[in-house]
Write a protein that binds this ligand. Structure first.
Ligand code: HEM
Length: 438
């Protein structure tokens, strides 16, 4: 019996359902089988629900796949960075990226995270209400700019965060429409997108210029490392490639973390018992000790983060396209087939996560966490293209959470929140909170 099931609804209905509410669409499709064929004719599309097939695509047969549509759309902004590069180029780039996330570097990044978060604590002192999503975006942007580029974006943090946000919104809109209109065509969306790219490029080239003038100041940063790295032919990496990697970091390295933090604060509001337990753990900790040690001691905090990554995975959808005909677990798929792996839906499989709609950090405690089958939980993807910044992201989220929860309680001021699945999973219209000092 085939493990691939045909969808029963029409192609038009599926498209409309997807456009209308992508998350509800993927949730509905979860009951359709291990792999659901959307019967899209010449360009076959599949939704992958089963962890076994996820593993085949991301790990066992990953050489037969490329990123496909996501790649085409992201290239408009990133060009050829780690997030978009394929095959040999990807392997080469990943190898020179790895040291940026070595343990000793993470240790120094932790200090920056603490400094920037403390500065937010100070600036919130006289604030009664705020949009927490905006605060988190600006905070994680300031952090990524300092740790990767040794750049203080204090003065134009808001404009840069808006430029990244515009880029992401335009990217998501392009990703989910049938036709990709080239950036050169001046549609309203393309104009906004180009303006945002220009703003980010101005910053990037300005940093690059400065890094060449003052290499010592950039030694411990990603820019410094890239300037010292040689490519396959033994020559220095060119500016264009460094620009692409810096753009990659700006896009991949802060909105995901900002959204995760915003969702965590929302979940804490909904679950006061969890918030209390988290606070009890955090208040016992001396925040002045080595940030890296601090992070390793906050065990319950880790469970809260894991659970938030389950319920609200920032990278909620992974795309792959088969480059050749490929056999997966006895099923054959044509070249050019698209596979959609929706972690948001996969993480809500009640056979793996009982009471999936409940925020229960304890489900990841002790042995229980290990019981989760591999690829039934994949907030950072898997295989050769898994997230290179995952350790950094967990450390950053832990430290920010610890510092903010110790000082403040954020009371959500809106009745409902609606998830907004763009490139990363946001809260539609953001999260307005009342800021209360503890
Ligand atoms: C909570 C935060 C984050 C989440 C949930 C997340 C999730 C992911 C996922 C699922 C992928 C794989 C995408 C795919 O297979 O198509 C990915 C890739 C990537 N992430 Fe993250 N990410 C996070 C934070 C970060 C941070 C902080 C950085 C950098 C500092 C980063 C840099 C990257 C890069 C460069 C890739 C591409 C890796 C490759 O293709 O080899 N991410 N991320």
């Amino acid at each position: 019996m085939s493990r691939v099931k045909d969808v029963t609804t029409s192609r038009m209905q599926n498209y409309l359902d997807f456009r209308n509410d992508p998350l509800a669409f993927f949730m509905k499709m979860q009951n359709g089988g291990e792999v659901v064929s959307l019967r899209t004719g010449l360009q076959p599309s599949f939704i992958v629900n089963s962890p076994d097939f996820v593993r085949e695509i991301l790990v066992a047969k990953d050489a037969s796949f490329k990123k496909g549509r996501t790649d085409k759309v992201l290239r408009r902004t990133i060009h050829n960075g780690l997030l978009t590069a394929e095959k040999h180029d990807h392997k080469r780039q990943k190898s020179y990226y790895q040291p940026i996330f070595y343990k000793e570097r993470l240790n120094s990044y932790a200090k920056t995270i603490v400094e920037e978060t403390k500065s937010l604590v100070t600036s919130l002192q006289d604030v009664e209400y705020c949009k927490l999503n905006d605060e988190m975006m600006q905070l994680t942007l300031a952090i990524i700019a300092r740790v990767m580029f040794a750049t203080n974006v204090e003065e134009n943090k808001k404009q840069l965060a808006d430029a990244v946000s515009d880029t992401i919104e335009q990217t998501a809109q392009t990703l989910f429409t049938p036709i990709i209109v080239p950036l050169a065509i001046p549609t309203k969306g393309n104009k906004i997108h180009k303006k945002a790219i220009n703003k980010l490029e101005d910053m990037i080239y300005c940093i690059l210029h400065d890094a060449k003038q003052h290499p010592d100041q950039y030694k411990m940063t990603m820019v410094g490392m890239l300037l010292d790295t040689q490519n396959d032919t033994g020559s220095a990496i060119d500016d264009e490639e460094i620009r692409d990697q810096m753009m990659t970091m700006l896009l991949a390295g802060h909105e995901t973390s900002a959204n995760l933090l915003t969702w965590i604060f929302y979940a804490l509001n909904q679950n006061p018992d969890v918030e209390q337990k988290l606070y009890e753990e955090i208040k016992m900790i001396d925040l002045e000790q080595s940030p890296f040690e601090l992070y390793s001691k906050l065990n319950y905090t880790q469970l809260v983060i894991k659970e938030a990554l389950r319920m609200y995975p920032p990278a909620w959808l992974i795309y792959r396209e088969s480059e050749e005909a490929v056999e997966l677990l006895g099923e054959t798929f044509k070249a050019g087939s698209t596979f959609m792996i929706c972690s948001y839906a996969i993480h809500r499989n009640e056979k793996v996560f009982p009471e999936p709609e409940k925020f229960k950090p304890e489900r990841f405690a002790d042995k229980k966490g290990e019981d989760v089958p591999k690829f039934a939980y994949l907030p950072f993807g898997g295989g050769s293209r898994s997230c290179i910044g995952s350790k950094f992201a967990i450390m950053e989220t832990t430290l920010i959470l610890a510092i903010l929860v110790k000082e403040y309680k954020f009371k959500v001021e809106q009745e409902t929140v609606t998830p907004d699945p763009l490139v990363s999973l946001r809260i539609k219209e953001g999260l307005k909170v009342k800021v209360e000092k503890r």
